[in-house]
Design a protein around this ligand. Structure first.
Ligand code: HEM
Length: 227
């Protein structure tokens, strides 16, 4: 019996991809809402705590804006399906720039306020995520202006691949840092140990699923470059 090849443009494939996209948006809402509600509980309790502002800048910066900047380029993404390639790229760099601003301000804010730095795993992974984010701003400019950078001996495939790799590294390490923040006793006392563990699992699933498209794009670009 001759097997039919899988139809990537077929109805069931498209329904699966759109459902996966809806699921990712629901997850984004949960992952961003929980730390924000936690942060707002500080204000309610009238505590002048700098961790509050730190959370308000970093979680929307990484998990919301950087996440959406990845999704905007992915096929079958709700809000970007009607955009052409140029418009998708524009949406991507605007979201990525906003995300980087929030991340850089949020990270330096807490680092400056602390007397000793990077003792916790949360802080260590947060620092790595910050460094990747800052490097990624430069690789992003190189990926956007490939023709100009070609003149100074940076081939387009290299600027694009490095941008994908640094972007992925920043997003994954920020997810790891977020998981360590859920392991903090103050957070566990607020939400409960089981719920904190559920937050870690959800963040892992969210980060993994969101990285599928950029990982696949990196793979395709590496194969094309090798050919
Ligand atoms: C993706 C999100 C986040 C990133 C990338 C991040 C990153 C960082 C960084 C770079 C520091 C400074 C570390 C140091 O100077 O030693 C820090 C400190 C801190 N963060 Fe976050 N953070 C995030 C989310 C959160 C959340 C959601 C909470 C609370 C649930 C939190 C609580 C804290 C606390 C209490 C400190 C000070 C103590 C410590 O260093 O562990 N952070 N974070």
């Amino acid at each position: 019996m001759v097997q039919k090849p899988f139809n990537f443009e077929g109805k069931s494939f498209k329904v699966s991809m759109f459902s996966y996209n809806v699921f990712l948006h629901v997850l984004t809402g949960i992952i961003v809402a929980i730390p924000l509600v936690y942060a707002f509980s500080f204000v309610k309790e009238n505590q002048s705590n700098h961790v509050y502002l730190h959370i308000l800048l970093l979680v929307p910066g990484f998990q919301l804006l950087m996440g959406q900047s990845f999704l905007g380029l992915a096929p079958y993404n709700s809000w970007s399906t009607e955009l052409n390639t140029v418009e998708k790229r524009r949406a991507h760099w605007i979201l990525a720039l906003l995300s980087s601003i929030l991340v850089i301000v949020g990270s330096f804010y807490i680092m400056v306020l602390k007397s000793s730095n990077f003792y916790s795993m949360h802080g260590k992974f947060g620092l790595v995520a910050l460094v990747f984010t800052m490097v990624n701003l430069f690789t992003g400019v190189a990926a956007l202006y490939t023709t100009a950078f070609k003149k100074i001996w940076i081939p387009p495939f290299l600027s694009k691949i490095t941008h994908l790799v640094f972007g992925l590294a920043a997003f994954v390490t920020s997810g790891v840092s977020l998981c360590y923040s859920y392991d903090k006793s103050t957070f566990k006392n607020w939400i409960g140990a089981d719920a904190a563990f559920a937050c870690i699992i959800l963040t892992g699933i969210f980060t993994g699923l969101l990285c599928i498209n950029p990982v696949y794009t990196t793979y395709k670009r590496v194969i094309t470059a090798l050919k």
